[in-house]
Write a protein that binds this ligand. Structure first.
Ligand SMILES: NC(=O)C1=CN([C@@H]2O[C@H](COP(=O)(O)OP(=O)(O)OC[C@H]3O[C@@H](n4cnc5c(N)ncnc54)[C@H](OP(=O)(O)O)[C@@H]3O)[C@@H](O)[C@H]2O)C=CC1
Ligand SMILES: O=C(O)CCC(=O)C(=O)O
Length: 517
């Protein structure tokens, strides 16, 4: 591996470089990676802009083949890619193998979606020349790509939410050239995937500007990318402060643009009385499994559990505390993420209204995340908004409520969420139904008798939700509906067939599904 990054078809180097860190030892890892300059960003955006009109008008079949070729190129480097991602992220091999599968599966799902065609939302209102009192024009609507998109790779999913992750896959599927700002925690992984995408661009005979990767450890790079006038939308997964900074930059541009930022969520799990009575112990163990997976570094991590206090909750708490007490420490993604986890845990442990129920096993070594389980009362939780802030890592609070009315108050208090989970039995259905309207206001996904971690990449998935889960609750960043973020409608009124784009021509040469009236 060399330290260059791909801007279009070029491999760019620089005298200014940075090194990745192995979070399991804090040791620096070779090779040194070139830091992108402001000129590199301008070049990437200029190439993306030049590629846009050609790329967006490629047939859906051509874009589908392109996405499949990216998947093939990533599979061809599977072993070295997973090895490098392990070194840079501290995540274990099985997790990264699974994530690689999710990444290529996601690309292939978007290929299938392109072939199926509903994404173009073609609507034809045929002319009615004899309509009284006024004739109606021929109206044809389709959706086109919004323009070049900036994507920020996430630290916690170095493959599935990074350079060729869901944001990139959905933007390319829409016909938008993409400029990725790689996450500085995994530059080698980013470059390997970036070069795989660039190889697919060349193999498919597409304009080189369809994809570029810029990287370096500095806010200025991301800011310059969002400020470039050729960028028309932004996809981001990361911190609330980072997401909000990008939203502010995008809104302050002479031409404001949308930012689809997925930021912060504590993913409440509600234990309803009948379920708790029937299987409190099993729920306690399963909860800790979801909480500690990947050192808790999931935006879907179950950060709070809400239930009515009593002996059945005690059974759950005892099982959870015992399981968590045996949880092995796991390497966290970066020294910064580890430090902010420690800070969050210390704040909870020192809070007057919070009891520490259990800590995971402690261990020597760099950046080891030690799981933490806390409890508080519904009253205290409602009184202090700080208790509802995300602690990114394997920390969670069990909230003991006086009754179901207090459970409701807790849920009314929380901010927007990616997920809310119900643990229910049949005897809980009436209580759960009464709460559902509150939950729908709060979350993008409501699930029953499962755990929120591990998002299915599927057409019906919603990985989104009201602020601060995301900056735009109308969308999802996972699943085929993610493509809609990067499309906009255009209506063609009375254009002669010769001038109409293929998607809305009278003969429907692309065979796209149509709504006609
Ligand atoms: N809810 C979730 O899904 C996730 C939440 N997090 C949270 O984020 C914290 C930090 O993790 P990290 O993954 O580094 O997330 P960050 O939000 O800090 O960084 C993500 C990306 O955004 C860039 N960025 C951040 N702030 C700005 C800014 N003001 N202007 C321009 N670019 C910016 C970073 O660039 P650069 O670093 O080069 O400045 C990086 O490329 C974690 O401790 C955790 O709390 C993290 C991952 C997922
Ligand atoms: O739970 C998952 O699989 C996805 C989590 C996620 O989107 C994230 O952590 O950023």
């Amino acid at each position: 591996m060399d330290g260059t990054f791909p801007i279009g078809a070029r491999a760019v180097s620089s005298d200014v470089t940075f090194l990745a860190i192995d979070p399991s030892t804090d040791a620096k890892i070779e090779p040194a990676f070139a830091v992108s300059s402001q000129d590199d960003i301008a070049d990437a955006c200029s190439l993306a802009d030049a590629a846009f009109d050609t790329f967006r008008e490629t047939d859906p079949e051509a874009r589908a083949v392109f996405l499949e070729t990216i998947a093939d190129e990533i599979e061809a480097i599977h072993a070295p890619l997973v090895a490098r991602a392990m070194q840079e992220s501290g995540l274990p091999q099985p997790r990264l193998e699974g994530e690689r599968g999710r990444t290529t599966g996601q690309l292939r799902l978007f290929a299938k979606h392109l072939r199926q065609g509903t994404w173009a939302s073609v609507v034809i209102d045929h002319a009615q020349p004899d309509r009284k009192p006024a004739p109606r024009s021929d109206l044809r609507q389709r959706r086109i790509a919004v323009g070049p998109v900036a994507v920020f790779g996430a630290s916690n999913f170095p493959l599935a939410f990074s350079v060729a992750g869901g944001d990139t896959a959905s933007a390319l599927a829409a016909g938008c050239p993409v400029v990725v700002k790689g996450h500085p925690a995994h530059p080698g992984t980013s470059v390997m995937v970036g070069k795989a995408i660039q190889a697919a661009v060349a193999k498919c005979g597409l304009p080189e500007g369809v994809f570029s990767l810029v990287q370096g450890p500095a806010n200025e790079l991301g800011a310059a990318l969002v400020n470039d006038p050729r960028i028309k939308a932004v996809g981001f997964t990361g911190s609330r402060s980072g997401g909000l900074a990008l939203v502010a930059l995008a809104a302050a541009r002479p031409e404001p643009i949308p930012v689809y930022a997925e930021m912060s969520s504590i993913n409440p799990v509600i234990l309803f009385p009948a379920a708790l009575a029937a299987r409190g112990e099993a729920l306690g163990k399963a909860y800790v499994g979801s909480l500690t997976m990947g050192s808790g570094q999931f935006c879907t991590n179950p950060g709070i559990v809400v239930a009515v206090d009593g002996p059945d909750l005690d059974t759950f708490v005892e099982a959870a505390a015992a399981a968590l007490g045996e949880a092995a420490p796991q390497v966290m993604l970066t020294p910064g993420i580890h430090a902010s986890y420690e800070q969050g845990v210390a704040a909870l442990a020192g809070h007057d209204s919070v009891e520490t129920l259990a800590r995971g096993i402690d261990a020597e070594g760099a950046n080891r995340g030690r799981a933490a389980l806390f409890s508080t009362t519904g009253k205290a939780f409602v009184a202090d908004p700080a208790l509802s802030h995300e602690v990114f890592g394997a920390a969670s609070i069990i909230i003991r409520c006086a009754d179901l009315a207090e459970v409701r108050r807790v849920l009314e208090t929380i901010e927007g969420q990616l997920t809310i989970t119900l643990q229910i039995d049949e005897g809980d259905h009436a209580d759960a139904a009464a709460l559902l309207p509150v939950l729908e206001r709060k979350a993008g996904r409501i699930l029953a008798n499962g755990w929120p971690t591990g998002v299915e990449v599927a057409p019906a998935m919603v990985h989104g939700g009201p602020f601060p889960a995301t900056s735009d609750p109308r969308t999802t960043s996972v699943g085929t509906a993610a493509i809609e973020r990067f499309l906009r409608p255009v209506c063609y009124q009375d254009l002669p067939d010769a001038l109409l784009p293929k998607a809305v021509k009278h003969g429907n040469p692309l065979g796209l599904p149509r709504t006609e009236g």
